[in-house]
Design a protein around this ligand. Structure first.
Ligand code: MV4
Length: 505
């Protein structure tokens, strides 16, 4: 039995709320936004067909208040709720309560969310389903003596991880046997205060792994497909900075094997909708299941750009009860896509969060260029939520073209009023080790000095050029270069000229 959604509530904010609303609009579905005090004038509120106030600025008084959001959903008579990523997207209780109220939760059943949210339960389920996992304990540590024997068996270094964690939070490397006992009790204490769950488990520590994840889709008719991988090894403190597809690290044979495993993971937990299976791939190109994310991910556009498939549209159609609109063999991977996450952070000041009002804004555009953001000039960037402002994605027929386009697009991107990571992204894209594709998860740690230096050098150049054009704009324009414009105000803005001067060498 299929349903037809007429109105969807998007239980999120920022760029992802807009992303979901755009597809809804294309599908003729009305959209409902919810917003906090700080977001009264946010982009997602302006974009939606209806918008409802849900509470004060802090997330736990607004975007995490699922009773309030559910009340709004019932009042607005929506057919379904899309949770986006973060906030309530992987909250088992929320998914269950939405479903119980007769509204469709656009995502997997709450049981799949619960299973994958508990990293040791997920590991046990994967072992049972013959999915390769990193060698380690099958259950949380309850006896440190037994755990030490496991650690000695797999060999040091080992990694202690929190069962309720994920995404790198609460991880601890143990180099040798002597440090093990104390490390376990410390990790348990940290896990208890961070996740109210002291359970930890151990894994062999892989030395130079790649983080490669597979996008999957599963429908209610038993069809499961994978849409290839995303290489996400460029991270800073477990926060992704750049993602790309395809990965230069794996060949077609490994890709096919990993894709098959990703499909088995989805099958083993009766998955529904869009999901991501994360793997660690070691230097011998052995791959291991790491975790499964039961939501649409930040970096999903990378997959959309190379496959031409709208993942949100598939999510909605699947939730309506339709089969996936294509078969595995219909999927074509065309060219290369790369994504840079733009954060409101001061990369020159240890990535301190930056808040304020966006004064000037010029956004990149042009061939093979996509910007997913909710930015506008005059917008206030507040300290309440994740500092990610948006994502810039470029496509090219090959990696080189995609990278060149990314550098070009980043060079056009101008935001004033707050500090951003735009020039940091440019430093990453232009780093020789990124360009050659020979990088792993330690890229940032190894090259952060290079990156900061190249960023400073570039900013300095732009600054000098900007100062130059500023003086220039105050005087009469004589040079033949700018004779196309009769007055300063007709010329492109100073920063465009600045960037041009800074880079044309
Ligand atoms: C690991 C690992 C090495 N060995 N597990 C970090 C994020 C979380 N999802 C898992 N992470 C890691 N798990 C084993 N057994 C190394 C990392 C890791 C990492 C993973 C992905 C991207 C960047 C990373 C940076 C440091 C460590």
């Amino acid at each position: 039995m299929t349903k037809r959604f007429t109105k969807i509530l998007i239980a999120n904010r920022g760029e992802i709320a807009l992303r979901v609303m755009r597809t809804c609009r294309e599908m003729g579905i009305k959209t409902v936004a919810v917003f906090s005090e700080a977001d009264r004038r946010a982009g997602h509120v302006l974009f939606a067909d209806e918008a409802y106030y849900i509470g004060p600025s802090p997330s736990n008084e607004s975007y995490l208040k699922y009773e309030t959001i559910l009340e709004v959903a019932l009042k607005a008579s929506v057919s379904a709720i899309h949770p986006g990523y973060g906030f309530l997207s992987e909250n088992t209780d929320f998914a269950a309560k939405v479903t119980a109220s007769g509204i469709t939760f656009i995502g997997p059943p709450s049981e799949a969310i619960r299973l994958m949210g508990d990293k040791t339960m997920a590991r046990q389920a994967m072992i049972k389903a013959n999915i390769p996992v990193v060698p380690g304990t099958e259950k949380p540590i309850d006896n440190t003596g037994d755990a030490l024997r496991v650690a000695e068996n797999i060999g040091f270094p080992v990694l202690i991880k929190a069962a309720g964690g994920g995404g790198g939070k609460g991880m601890r490397i143990v180099e040798k046997k002597e440090e093990f006992m104390e490390a376990v009790s410390r990790a348990q204490g940290e896990a208890k205060s961070a996740f109210s769950d002291s359970r930890v488990y151990i894994e062999k520590y892989l030395e130079e792994p790649h983080h490669i994840e597979f996008q999957i889709l599963a429908d209610a008719h038993g069809n499961i497909v994978h849409l290839g991988e995303r290489e996400c090894s460029i991270q800073r403190r477990y926060q992704k900075v750049v993602e790309e597809s395809p990965s230069v690290f794996i060949d077609d044979k490994i890709r096919e094997a990993m894709g098959k495993v990703a499909i088995s993971v989805a099958k083993s937990c009766q998955y529904l909708g869009a999901g991501t299976v994360e793997f660690l791939v070691d230097k011998h190109r052995q791959f291991y299941f790491l975790e499964m994310n039961t939501r649409l991910q930040v970096e999903h556009p990378v997959t959309e750009m190379v496959t031409g498939i709208d993942l949100v549209a598939e999510q909605i159609r699947i939730a309506e009860g339709h089969p996936i609109s294509f078969k595995q063999e219909d999927i074509r991977h065309n060219g290369h896509a790369i994504e840079c996450r733009i954060y409101a952070e001061d990369a020159k000041n240890n990535f301190a969060p930056s808040i304020g009002t966006i004064h000037h804004l010029f956004t990149p555009d042009g061939p093979g260029t996509r910007l997913d953001s909710a930015l506008y000039a005059g917008q206030q960037v507040t300290p309440y939520y994740d500092p990610m402002l948006g994502k810039l994605i470029t496509w090219g027929r090959n990696r080189e073209d995609a990278l060149r386009r990314m550098d070009r697009a980043l060079s056009e991107f101008f935001i004033s009023g707050i500090e951003t990571s735009i020039s940091f992204c440019r430093a990453v894209i232009n780093h020789p080790r990124f360009q050659s594709g020979t990088y792993d998860t330690h890229f940032y740690k190894h090259f952060c000095d290079d990156l900061v230096e190249s960023m400073m050098a570039h900013d300095e150049e732009t600054f000098i050029a900007a100062a130059g054009t500023h003086i220039f704009s105050e005087t009469k324009i004589h040079s033949s270069e700018q004779s196309a414009y009769s007055t300063a105000s007709e010329r492109p803005s100073n920063w465009v000229m600045a960037n041009r001067k800074g880079l044309d060498r």
